[in-house]
Design a protein around this ligand. Structure first.
Ligand code: ADP
Length: 334
């Protein structure tokens, strides 16, 4: 597989991701239904000697969307070019990429919800019937030319499917949702990453670490790496439960994987707004965070733990959140 990047690789964490990123299907843990669907689509395309249908992946950051795109490229023996929604500013940006595609190449666009209207409009006919319509010139002398594109596969990934327009969404052959991982899957991922990083980690420590990994492979790998740093500096040959506990305390991560900001968010709703309902903007102002970050990064995990509800009248902290933070019972005013 030949990887062409249209984006820059920046530094250590990228390398870390690349070494730990599974490059074989057997190492891609969990998400069984998605793998089954994809394998069938790829097999059918290969039998017809065609490129795979366009695919849309959605789900929280770090759940394995990019990894899937690379695995598909490998399976289809295709080159992959990667770019991202915010990088594509003008119609010309996407036109340049599309006209340079080789037959059967894969174009991966991350953060697809940040693709702007101009770029999206170029993509419609490209996805629909492999046509690129370009406007040459300006004013009365402007004319449209149409170019044929080679067969290619667009794989788009997003954390916010609701921000994609209906027409854009409908042009994908399959839309696949990646869910949070099961605990045993995260344990497998930590075990594998431990072997790659050359660390010895006890089964109990793996379990403990998995519990704090927000059911997300990227978080699991990141925490494992921090534990490796800790054990190395403290001359501990084995990562055991003690190393995990000490590393997590240092990082201010609790036993469920909540970080400082997660706890502050809940505390604000509980203490400042009597547990809610409270509007997102009010929470954002009190937390000094962007509303988008709260919606994308913090809330999904808190909701998955049952600590937070999004209701039409605002955010509500649940009784479970009160209990976890050790704050007295939720009082309901009538
Ligand atoms: P996303 O594109 O959804 O943000 P990535 O594909 O970049 O997520 O995944 C982040 C990291 O998590 C990868 O580099 C890889 O190491 C790990 N990872 C993700 N999904 C899996 C999986 N199913 N099995 C093993 N490791 C995974």
């Amino acid at each position: 597989m030949n990887i062409k990047k249209t984006t820059k690789n920046n530094g250590e964490d990228q390398n870390f991701e690349i070494t730990l990123r599974p490059d074989q299907w057997e190492d891609y843990v969990g998400q069984e239904k998605i793998k089954e669907n994809l394998k069938l689509m790829m097999q059918a395309a290969q039998q017809r000697n065609e490129s795979c249908d366009h695919l849309l992946f959605y789900g929280q950051a770090g759940l394995g969307k990019t990894t899937l795109a690379y695995l598909i490229a490998k399976e289809m023996a295709a080159n992959i070019r990667t770019t991202s929604g915010p990088i594509l500013e003008k119609a010309g940006d996407i036109a340049a990429i599309l006209t340079n595609l080789e037959p059967k190449e894969i174009l991966f666009i991350d953060e697809a919800h940040r693709i702007n209207k101009l770029v999206e409009e170029i993509l419609y006919p490209a996805l629909e019937n492999r046509k690129l319509h370009l406007i040459i010139g300006k004013g009365p002398s402007a004319r449209t030319i149409s170019l044929d594109l080679p067969p290619f596969t667009l794989i788009a990934a997003t954390t916010k499917i609701n921000l994609l327009s209906g027409p854009f969404r409908s042009r994908f052959g399959a839309t696949l949702k990646l869910d949070y991982y099961r605990l045993e899957d995260i344990e497998k991922i930590i075990g594998r990453s431990g072997r790659i990083l050359g660390v010895t980690i006890t089964p109990e420590a793996i379990r403990r670490l998995a519990q704090t990994s927000r059911f997300t492979p990227r978080v699991a790998n990141r925490l494992l790496k921090r534990c490796r740093d800790y054990s190395q500096v403290h001359n501990k040959k084995v990562i055991d439960e003690e190393v995990i506990a000490e590393t997590l305390t240092m990082l201010e991560i609790d036993e469920l994987g909540l970080e400082n900001t997660d706890r502050r968010l809940l505390e604000i709703i509980i203490k400042k707004f009597h547990g809610g309902p409270v509007g997102l903007k009010a929470v954002a102002a009190a937390l000094n965070e962007e509303t988008g970050t709260i919606e994308d990064v913090y809330e999904p995990f808190l909701m998955s733990l049952g600590f937070l509800h999004r209701t039409p009248t605002g955010r509500i902290a649940t009784a479970a959140a009160y209990k976890h933070l050790n704050i007295g019972q939720r009082v309901t005013f009538v």
